[in-house]
Design a protein around this ligand. Structure first.
Ligand code: URA
Length: 186
């Protein structure tokens, strides 16, 4: 297992898939690496690629705002990253080989953080973290425990931007996550 600096440097020079060829910045992760709460999205979008910071675009701002309303502050309460650390062109879903090339880095990152709660944001994170038997519309909001870690999923915030009818479920899931977080903090 690599330490933070080594892992970051490995990701910077990674060429295990094609995504590195078109990236501006590798998007490693952001927030509090000592937090017990970790969010995992899909892959950087244009704003993330430009800044090197995950979830700073419209979808990210929606998520940040929702979490902030629950008094969950990125720098203090959670860590956030993605299945893939480089942007797929036109924000397409990462190909399986791209996700699989990047996941060992995410695993190492998770081992360093040692979260007690992991939240998968959207179908891609759900598929690669919990497995392809899971479906976001059917299984979001459910909790399962694996190796002492509580795992759940909710809609990706970009899905809320596209479809307002998902907003109430998304909000409920965030409130449940906050409740679990308060419990594990005690
Ligand atoms: N969507 C994601 O899944 N991740 C980001 O960092 C930004 C948008």
């Amino acid at each position: 297992m690599l330490k933070w600096r080594e892992l970051y440097d490995e990701c910077l020079k990674c060429d295990k898939c094609e995504l590195c060829k078109n990236k501006t910045n590798m998007v490693f992760g952001d927030g509090n690496p000592r937090s017990k709460l970790m969010f995992i999205g899909e892959a950087p979008g244009a704003d993330e690629d430009r800044t090197g910071i995950p979830f700073v675009g419209r979808a990210g701002q929606l998520l940040n705002k929702g979490l902030l309303e629950l008094n969950l502050v990125r720098e203090r309460d959670y860590y956030i990253c993605n299945i893939c650390k480089c942007r797929p062109r036109n924000n397409r879903t990462p190909y399986e080989e791209e996700a699989k090339a990047c996941i060992p880095y995410l695993r190492n990152q998770t081992a360093l953080i040692k979260p007690k709660i992991i939240v998968c944001l959207g179908a891609t994170a759900l598929k690669y973290i919990l497995g392809s038997d899971f479906r976001i519309t059917r299984d979001r909001g459910k909790w399962i425990e694996r190796k002492g870690i509580l795992l759940t999923s909710t809609f990706h915030p970009s899905a809320i931007l596209r479809d307002q009818s998902k907003k109430a479920s998304f909000w409920k899931d965030l409130k449940d996550i906050k409740q679990k977080y308060d419990q594990i903090k005690e």
